[in-house]
Ligand binder design. Structure first.
Ligand code: NAP
Length: 252
């Protein structure tokens, strides 16, 4: 029988990419990560949290915590509660994110601040909340979900692109700080992935996007989740401070 060996915390685990990551980590039975127990954080969708727990079933322990990932105080309390349930923490996936798109001319201060708080500050909050534990056990895997938009920018997304570029700088800096303690810190930069976040695109916008994707399709949440699973596995022990694009070749 496979040993349950890893404990993971995933922010934004109820929908889209985060949900696929929770399932990937819970089911992963190869590459050194055997059946992770997972605690996920979500902000609003109680039914989504219940559904994911039902879908994963009893093979793996899955715990849901309702919290606003942008709150520093909530983060430490939530991580402490998750560690209590899981019996520790080996893996952190910073995935929670939102968009509030507009041209800079029309972007409000509120929409700029909100996107930075949820997308970037949350990465600081949760990384800070787990790092002492990871340092003292001399093991940890942190994967931050950035975006190709953080690499190349996107008109109408200056707030979002700034948050994702910030995540990339944070990832590389923390990777340098903790590499000698057995902790890897990497970022995954998805291109356009089929989730609720991209469901607002109309057919014409989708077709224009697809024209610029060499693989001629949008990505699936599972495309991203598999790379995250790999980065958490023992096979990725010697990879840190990297940004891996999962974008069908959009940015190269
Ligand atoms: P999504 O379908 O909108 O799901 C977002 C998830 O984040 C939900 O589980 C949501 O929980 C959670 N969340 C939002 N605000 C939160 C908060 N303040 N505190 C805690 N949880 C919060 O988004 P997605 O497309 O899967 O995106 C996931 C990540 O990938 C994001 O960081 C996004 O920027 C990034 N990304 C997405 C794409 C894409 O094309 N979809 C491309 C590049 C990068 P509730 O349901 O409870 O609100």
């Amino acid at each position: 029988m496979l040993k349950k060996s890893k404990r993971a915390i995933v922010t934004g685990g109820t929908r889209g990419i985060g949900k696929a990551i929770v399932k990937e980590l819970a089911a992963r039975s190869c590459c050194g990560v055997l059946f992770s127990d997972v605690a996920f954080i979500y902000n609003s969708c109680d039914e989504c949290a219940e559904e994911i727990q039902r879908e994963i079933g009893e093979e793996t322990k899955v715990f849901a915590f309702k919290a606003d990932a942008s709150s520093f105080n909530d983060a430490q309390a939530t991580v402490d509660a998750a560690i209590k349930k899981l019996g520790g923490v080996d893996i952190l996936i910073n995935n929670a994110g939102i968009t509030k798109d507009n041209l800079l001319l029309r972007m409000s201060e509120h929409d700029f601040d909100k996107v930075i708080e949820v997308n970037l500050k949350s990465v600081f909050n949760y990384s800070k909340a787990v790092i002492k534990t990871m340092i003292s056990q001399r093991y940890g895997r942190i994967v931050n979900i950035a975006s190709v938009v953080g690499l190349i920018g996107n008109a109408g997304q200056s707030n979002y692109a700034a948050s994702k570029a910030g995540i990339i700088g944070f990832t590389k800096s923390l990777a340098r700080e903790v590499a000698s303690r057995g902790i890897t810190v990497n970022a995954v930069a998805p291109g356009f992935i089929e989730t609720e976040m991209t469901s607002a695109l109309n057919e014409a916008q989708r077709q224009t996007l697809i024209t610029n994707i060499p693989m001629k399709r949008l990505g699936k949440p599972e495309d991203v989740a598999k790379v995250v699973g790999f980065l958490c596995s023992d096979e990725a022990d010697y990879i840190t401070g990297q940004v891996i694009s999962v974008d069908g070749g959009m940015v190269m």
